[in-house]
Design a protein around this ligand. Structure first.
Ligand SMILES: [Zn+2]
Length: 270
């Protein structure tokens, strides 16, 4: 199996990661096809927080859930405020953010659970969705981080939260979804001033004065600093901005577009 594979199932396509492929969990990251949303949310928009038709989004979420194999009403989402707060959720929390974005867990970009039958869901369109799995302690997590979250330490905050749950850092596997890549992420000086000094290598200052930021590299470096082993991290081969045929890109679309979703869930052991 390749480290990152596109799976086509029941009219929907999603990415699957080798280090998350295990009988104990379900996971996937959606592509943009196979839904019923219209332009500019075409077609598998899974975000309720954009100005798409809500019925279309719920139908899209139903299709994605069916393709991966979970009950759509078992999802829980955070409000995703570009912060680095992690919330530990239980099966009682399920359904939060399923029918309306206003009901999502407030102030939260990261979710962690040790319980089965709750499906963690996070959204992105250029930002990164980070998947976490510890097969030893059996704990999962899911986080959303664009540059603000990455600079604020979203990845390390997830590792810390999983360590509190009893995970050993070296056992935690991480997969990073497609995100805007260093090929396309031209940034301004205000962003570069927020990047910690030790991660300045993630900024490519070109001779013509343009600056390009390597968001997935910063995510990866901060995870390594948090004690994750390099062999346990998979980064995506796809830049969302380069591949608008496959993914939604907030920047490529000029700010109005749909959202992909990542999901991860522990399976009930027989
Ligand atoms: Zn690109």
């Amino acid at each position: 199996m390749e480290k990152e594979t596109i799976i086509h199932r029941q009219g929907v396509s999603f990415l699957s990661y080798r280090n998350l492929t295990d009988k104990s969990i379900l996971h996937g990251f959606s592509l943009r096809h196979g839904g019923q949303s219209r332009t500019p949310y075409d077609t598998l928009n899974l975000g309720l927080h954009v100005a798409d038709n809500q019925c279309a989004v719920l139908e899209n979420r139903r299709r994605f859930a069916e393709a991966i194999g979970y009950a759509p009403e078992a999802v829980v989402t955070g409000q995703q405020v570009h912060g680095h707060r992690v919330t530990v959720v239980t099966a009682r929390t399920k359904g939060r953010g399923h029918l309306q974005a206003a009901d999502a867990i407030p102030g939260t970009d990261g979710l962690v659970t040790v319980e089965p039958e709750i499906v963690l869901m996070a959204h992105s369109a250029d930002c990164t969705v980070l998947f976490f799995y510890d097969p030893v302690h059996v704990c999962i997590g899911l986080a959303h981080a664009g540059w603000r979250g990455a600079v604020a330490g979203m990845g390390p905050a997830m590792i810390d939260a999983m360590a509190v749950q009893g995970c050993l850092r070296e056992n935690i596997r991480v997969a990073l979804s497609p995100t805007i890549g260093p090929c396309c992420y031209r940034v301004g000086v205000e962003l570069t001033e927020c990047v910690p000094h030790k991660y300045q290598q993630t900024l490519n200052r070109r001779k013509d004065g343009e600056i390009f930021f390597n968001l997935p590299e910063l995510q990866q470096l901060s995870l390594l600093d948090a004690g994750v082993s390099k062999a346990n991290i998979i980064t995506s081969r796809y830049c969302t901005h380069c591949h608008t045929d496959l993914f939604f890109s907030h920047r490529a679309a000029g700010g109005v577009t749909g959202r992909m979703a990542g999901v991860i869930s522990l399976q009930k052991q027989e």
